[in-house]
Design a protein around this ligand. Structure first.
Ligand SMILES: [Zn+2]
Ligand SMILES: [Zn+2]
Length: 116
């Protein structure tokens, strides 16, 4: 059986660096299985900035966390809709658009990567 997999982009909250999270479809949901640093040019080239997927995006048991700071979590910016890594802060600042917002959790997310 072919594994359905994709990559969504996020920025680290500490280093402001871009990374890709590999996501894989399991039982009709999408979970995160891997994370790796990526260059913006390459992400655009690969089309990772065009991805739009719905799912819970829970972390797999062996998900390594953010490649820069190691956190397992991420949040979706309420202003620009992009992903940042997240470690339980109550108020966060989006590394893409610079807006601060209170965070909230959701079971299902619709994510869109990229856009520079
Ligand atoms: Zn990070
Ligand atoms: Zn934002």
């Amino acid at each position: 059986m072919r594994v359905k997999a994709n990559v969504i982009l996020a920025k680290c909250r500490t280093e402001r660096q871009l990374y890709g999270m590999r996501i894989e479809e399991r039982n009709g949901d999408w979970i995160r299985t891997w994370a790796f640093p990526i260059k913006e040019e390459l992400a655009v080239q690969e089309g990772f900035d065009k991805v739009n997927i719905n799912g819970s995006f829970h972390a797999a048991e062996d998900y390594p966390g953010c490649p820069y700071c190691g956190t397992q979590n991420f949040f979706v910016c309420g202003t620009c809709g992009k992903l940042n890594c997240y470690n339980g802060e109550r108020v966060t600042t989006c590394k893409w658009c610079g807006k601060s917002a209170e965070t909230y959790t959701a079971d299902t997310l619709s994510v869109t990567g990229g856009g520079y």
